[in-house]
Write a protein that binds this ligand. Structure first.
Ligand SMILES: Nc1ncnc2c1ncn2[C@@H]1O[C@H](COP(=O)(O)OP(=O)(O)OP(=O)(O)O)[C@@H](O)[C@H]1O
Ligand SMILES: [Mg+2]
Length: 228
């Protein structure tokens, strides 16, 4: 097994058969011990966070598979906190795609002159560059095209997939009376046909979820979502 990348919350390895193995760690993004899904630093370490994040990721990726939505997912081993995936090439040096249902977080920080906190948003899609040094700047469709990161046709595919997957997660949470405020995805090109597919993870660490108006921490969300 060859180490490919050491991330903030996961390590990536290449398997001999060409697939990748993602190892989920107990590190969580945030600042000064407070969780923040949009943060670019590891803010805290929580015992069991890796396995919990993987369990929820497995849950969602299996639902997406049933719905024939393309992803990198092959299988998960919860005990080992590992997930086997198809290797992907990312757009440029990596993008984050955010789907918003309520105005909170960086949306509100940027557009607070016009938006009210918690205002409903209709699966609003935003793309940011994965660029820690520049605090993951938002990027427009035109800029993505002009800079050769994504064509306009690819952008349309990405946006449609994001809305579709965001709505799947939103509906799943709603079954447990949990409200999705926003969620962050990553996409890449997968397989011989370079199909655009969801990669990375779908865990509590990638979304803001609320129950009865109260924010639910990632570990709690994973527990609520997976309990029968
Ligand atoms: N199928 C895949 N093929 C290739 N790379 C992948 C695949 N799935 C996920 N990745 C990459 O693996 C890495 C996992 O690392 P991790 O989740 O710790 O994030 P990170 O890059 O450190 O930072 P961030 O907090 O911005 O996500 C990410 O860079 C992600 O883009
Ligand atoms: Mg990540």
């Amino acid at each position: 097994m060859k180490s490919i990348y050491t991330g903030k919350t996961k390590d990536v390895y290449a398997l001999e058969n060409g697939n990748y193995l993602l190892k989920f760690k107990d590190d969580v993004t945030g600042e000064n011990g407070v969780f923040d899904p949009g943060a670019n630093t590891v803010g805290l370490t929580l015992e069991g966070a890796g396995r919990a994040g993987l369990s929820l990721t497995k849950h969602f990726f299996e639902i997406l598979k049933e719905k024939e939505i393309p992803t990198h997912y092959i299988e998960a081993n919860i005990e080992e906190a590992t997930m086997t995936v198809k290797p992907a090439t990312v757009f440029g040096r990596g993008l984050e795609v955010i789907c918003r249902y309520k105005a909170v977080g960086s949306f509100l920080r940027r557009y607070g002159m016009y938006a009210e906190e918690g205002q409903p948003l209709d699966a609003f899609v935003e793309v940011t560059l994965k660029d820690d040094e520049r605090q993951d700047p938002p990027i427009s469709e035109d800029a993505l095209d002009m800079l050769g990161i994504l064509t306009k046709a690819e952008y349309t595919v990405l946006k449609n997939l994001t809305e579709q997957i965001g709505n799947v997660v939103k509906d799943e949470l709603a079954k447990k009376d949990i409200e999705l405020y926003d969620i962050k995805f990553e996409f890449g090109r997968v397989g011989e046909d370079k199909q655009i597919a969801l990669i990375d993870e779908i865990s509590g660490g990638n979304m803001r979820a609320y129950k009865n108006g109260n924010y639910i921490e990632p570990l709690e969300l994973e527990k609520l979502m997976l309990e029968v």
